[in-house]
Structure formats: structure tokens, C-alpha cells
Design a protein around this ligand. Structure first.
Ligand SMILES: Cc1ncc(COP(=O)(O)O)c(C=O)c1O
Length: 382
């Protein structure tokens, strides 16, 4: 028996090369990964210290410590003005744990599930690993790299669809009306909608992101403490489940993971009350985004997806190099700029794009823009 062939995540190669250059003593401007430069908020760290000294931190029930789901329901009420039954909220090991359990709870082997292309590669890799069929919905700038019901109609029979708004890698957002239309289409076609809302809280300008839970009780909503809450390594996220899926999801969680990390659950509870500190990070991302939006055109990249949310800019680079992998390697080797070529996110057209992550410091953004502008001047002169 052989295991299912799963695509590699090319960004990890960029990360490894960037780290090697740093070990060799070269400066590197990191714009390759969606890893906030900050750690967990101070209130969460303080709660963690306290617990380490006084709590055995044993197993919890699989859906999480009793206080956390009601606190997330209160967060949803504050953020979106909706009333969620805490019994529909399950704590998980990051959004990743939530997506795997959601897919397993919602679909049978062989299920056809639409995923946007470009999109977050783990969706299609998880579906393949779980013996399901990812159906690529090729989206482009004409719909701001987000799917419409025309994409869903054109995909043939679907069992489910996964959307992400704001999206990784494009940062684009489904407006409330667009998300509502997709949710209604899914409900009327008996297609299970999974809405990945991990980048909520990271929204810029006039963009507005709302939750699929406002529009459909059948949608599964995925969220996490990794991005806005700046707690990637603590591996804590959550799912909002349709009522009939809450129990199957819980049974899977009991058997596959037992429970999310206990310490992280308590820290996440504290993090929900750290919004001032976390909103400070969003101000920094807003500054960083503007540095890149102003600087990338000067460095020869004027064609950028609207960076409405998350902390990514998706830039067209095929007028600069036929393959963005080669370009990324050159930028890292000669200019110390680490960016992610688009192939991870779009196996068909990703070689024409580069993803820049702006969750580092403003100094890193300025340094990268200066280096890329020098690269551009030199390549124009040669
Ligand atoms: C769209 C999207 N969903 C899910 C994840 C995984 O998040 P987590 O760290 O919560 O597992 C990521 C990570 O970058 C992501 O970009």
C-alpha cells in the first residue's frame, strides 16, 4: 500500500534558503510567510505563566474548556452582532485542525469540493489526503480573485465549497452581499459551505468582512487565534458548526486529537480581552501595507490584487520573469529579499505571481522595497 501523493509546500523551501543565508551572515528581509512578528498578547502570556505555576493542565473535554465557547460567542456578538449558541462552537488545534475535522464530518470519500485557485494550498492537499476530490475554481482579477456563483455553476456537481475571505494569498475580501449570495446558492443546491474566516480582524480601508454564520445555519465557519490574535504556535482555533454536525465533529475530535492544548485554551480566553494590543498590530500592518502598495510599483510591480485584508499582496510578475520561482531565488540570493512564488497557491498560473507578506516590521518593508528598487534599476540598465 502506498500513501496518497501530496504536493510539497514550496514556501518551506524559501524559508529554509532564507534561514541558510542568515546563518551565513547575510541580512534577509522576510516577506515570505504569514507569521506575525509579534507573539501572543501580554494578557495571554500572563494567564499562561499563572497556569503553569498552579494548574496540572491535563486533558480538557474535546470541544474545549467550558468558558471558551461562550467567550467566542460573545466575541461573535460584539464583532458581527449575531447570537451564536455556544454548543455549536468547538475549539480545535488551529484552523488547520478545524478544517480537517470539518471535512471529515461533512463529506464522504470521493466528495467533490470546490476550492479557489489561487487559494490556500492545504485545502486541496487535505482533500486529496482524505480521498476526496478538490475541484479548482479558477478565479482572477475580474472577480477580485474571489468565487461567484458562476464559478460554482461551472464546476459541475459539488458536495461542498471552501471560501476564504480575506483570502490567502490574494488578501481580497468577499463583500457581505457576495458572501450572502454564495451562502444562499450553497443552501439551495445542497452544497456544504466552509467559510475560512481566519483573517477576520485584519481589514483595511473601506473593506468589510462578515461571517457566513450570519447568512446560513448550514455553513461551517472556521477561525483561529493564529493571525489577528498573533498566536500561531499555540495551535488554537475554532469551528462554528451547523447543529447536526456538532456531535459528529465532536466524536471525531475525541478520537483523532482528544482536545486542543490546555494551556493554549486558557491563553486564548485571555487573548479575547487583549483587543487594544492586537489592534496596535493591525495599525502596523496598515502602515506596512501602504509601504508595499507605494513601493512595489516603483520596483516594477504595478499590477497588485486589492489588498483588502489579511497581510498579503499578490503581485503579477510575469513581465519581469517567466517563472516567479526563478525570480524569488534571484531576489533572495542577490538582494536578501524573501518572497513566495505563486506556485504553491495556483498550480496552473502561479508562476506568473509572487506573494508578499507584510506582517513583519515597517523597517523590513522599507528594506525590501529599497532592495527591490535597486534590483529593478539594475535590470533595466543591463
Ligand atoms: C487561509 C488559511 N487558513 C488556515 C490556515 C492555518 O491556520 P492555523 O495556524 O490556525 O492552523 C492558514 C495559515 O496560514 C491560512 O492562511
Amino acid at each position: 500500500m502506498t500513501s496518497r501523493p501530496i504536493d510539497p509546500f514550496y514556501v518551506m523551501e524559501v524559508v529554509a534558503n532564507a534561514q541558510r543565508r542568515e546563518r551565513e551572515g547575510h541580512a534577509v528581509f522576510h516577506l515570505e510567510v504569514g507569521q506575525p512578528a509579534t507573539g501572543a498578547p501580554a494578557g495571554a502570556i500572563a494567564a499562561g505563566h499563572e497556569l503553569l505555576d498552579h494548574d496540572v493542565l491535563g486533558y480538557t473535554i474535546s470541544s474545549g474548556i467550558p468558558e471558551l465557547a461562550p467567550a467566542i460567542a460573545a466575541h461573535a456578538a460584539r464583532t458581527y452582532g449575531i447570537d451564536l449558541d455556544p454548543g455549536r462552537i468547538a475549539l480545535t488545534q488551529g484552523a488547520t485542525g478545524a478544517i480537517v475535522l470539518a471535512i471529515l464530518a461533512a463529506f464522504e470519500p470521493g466528495a467533490r469540493v470546490g476550492v479557489t485557485n489561487p487559494g490556500y494550498p492545504c485545502y486541496r492537499n487535505m482533500l486529496v489526503a482524505l480521498h476526496m476530490e478538490p475541484v479548482l475554481l479558477d478565479v482572477d482579477e475580474t472577480t477580485r480573485f474571489q468565487p461567484t456563483t458562476s464559478h460554482l455553476e461551472a464546476a459541475g456537481p459539488l458536495d461542498g465549497v471552501i471560501v476564504a475571505s480575506p483570502s490567502n494569498p490574494t488578501g481580497t475580501v468577499l463583500s457581505p452581499g457576495e458572501l450572502q449570495t454564495i451562502a444562499a446558492w450553497c443552501d439551495s443546491h445542497d452544497v456544504r459551505l466552509i467559510s475560512d474566516e481566519i483573517y477576520h480582524g485584519l481589514i483595511y480601508g473601506d473593506a468589510e468582512a462578515t461571517t457566513a454564520a450570519s447568512y446560513s445555519d448550514s455553513a461551517i465557519v472556521i477561525n483561529s487565534f493564529s493571525k489577528y490574535f498573533s498566536m500561531t504556535g499555540w495551535r488554537i482555533g475554532w469551528a462554528v458548526l451547523p447543529e447536526p454536525l456538532a456531535e459528529p465533529f465532536d466524536r471525531l475530535a475525541q478520537n483523532l486529537v482528544i482536545c486542543p492544548p490546555a494551556l493554549s485554551q486558557h491563553m486564548a480566553l485571555a487573548a479575547l480581552n487583549c483587543r487594544d494590543e492586537l489592534d496596535g498590530h493591525v495599525s502596523r500592518y496598515t502602515t506596512n501595507r501602504q509601504i508595499l502598495l507605494d513601493g512595489l510599483p516603483r520596483a516594477g510591480m504595478p499590477d497588485l490584487a486589492p489588498a483588502d485584508g489579511a497581510f498579503y499582496i499578490w503581485a503579477r510578475t510575469d513581465h519581469l520573469a517567466a517563472d516567479s520561482k526563478t525570480l524569488a531565488a534571484e531576489w533572495l540570493r542577490d538582494f536578501g529579499v524573501a518572497a513566495t512564488p505563486g506556485v504553491d497557491f495556483d498550480p496552473k498560473r502561479g508562476h506568473k505571481y509572487m506573494r508578499f507578506s507584510f506582517c513583519g516590521s515597517p523597517e523590513t518593508m522599507h528594506g525590501a522595497i529599497d532592495a527591490l528598487t535597486t534590483w529593478r534599476m539594475r535590470s533595466l540598465a543591463s
